[in-house]
Design a protein around this ligand. Structure first.
Ligand code: IPE
Ligand code: IPE
Ligand code: MG
Length: 235
């Protein structure tokens, strides 16, 4: 099997990484940054075209105010410090999720837009941050857009099908993930790319996200390559 074109990662286990060292949970998030950048470099080395990372879910707002505030500030800081470097590596940065949510600060929204604009002409690696992202939210919004188009007469209800819905997702040109990786030993999807991952291969690893690196990514890709994808067809 060829290498996956699109790898999507649920970066989980930051809190447990910190707890096991008697550190505050936020230190675990901070230690997720070198892991992410090593994985980005690994993806570039392996010529993976699309890398999507789950950075903040629509459910994560229910965490403590301190943790949410830290994560928002951390995202601002990370984009400011590292977008030039990502740009030089040929990475195209995009965000999927509700960035217009009033709970997302104007400062963070501005950094997101600046990062997307700076890297818009890059094509070596499509790096997508799922931020304030929920798969059900994405599908609900797509359904609402279809309803608007039906009401406006630009689509016939008889033509509303899976393609019509896919065309109204946050990033319609994003190919479905071939491989979904979740770190930290949890074996669930937690509202990540639920529509897009219907035929993805899943690899669950006990490694906590701050301990994950390009070698771990290569191991997950090797496991993927041993799989037999059948898409419902007899072999
Ligand atoms: C993943 O790590 C990062 C985010 C959800 C933002 P967690 O913070 O969920 O870490 P655990 O799962 O509690 O260890
Ligand atoms: C999923 O992890 C969200 C991110 C990695 C950003 P969570 O830690 O929030 O998921 P649950 O609560 O264990 O399902
Ligand atoms: Mg978690």
């Amino acid at each position: 099997m060829p290498i996956p074109r699109h790898v999507a990662i649920i970066m989980d286990g930051n809190g447990r990484w910190a707890n096991s060292r008697d550190l505050p949970r936020t230190m675990g998030h901070a230690q997720g940054e070198p892991a992410l950048f090593d994985v980005i470099e690994g993806a570039l080395e392996m010529t993976i075209e699309w890398l999507t990372v789950y950075a903040f879910s629509t459910e994560n707002w229910s965490r403590s105010d301190d943790e949410v505030e830290f994560l928002m500030g951390f995202n601002v800081d990370l984009l400011r410090r590292r977008r030039d470097e990502m740009n030089e590596m040929g990475v195209r940065i995009r965000f999927i999720g509700e960035k217009e949510d009033p709970r997302v600060s104007d400062v963070l929204r501005a950094e997101i837009v600046a990062s997307e604009e700076l890297t818009a002409r890059n094509s070596r690696l499509n790096l997508t941050f799922a931020f304030n992202y929920g798969g059900r939210m994405e599908l609900g919004i797509a359904a609402s857009r279809i309803a608007e188009d039906v009401a406006a007469g630009s689509i016939d209800p008889a033509d509303v099908d899976e393609h019509a819905l896919t065309a109204r997702l946050y990033l319609p040109e994003m190919p479905d993930p071939d491989l979904v990786i979740r770190t930290s030993g949890e074996m669930r999807i937690s509202n990540f790319l639920i529509w897009q991952s219907v035929y993805s291969e899943y690899v669950f690893t006990p490694t906590l996200w701050p301990d994950f690196d390009r070698k771990s990514l290569a191991d997950c890709v090797a496991e993927y390559r041993r799989r037999d994808r059948r898409f419902g067809v007899t072999p």
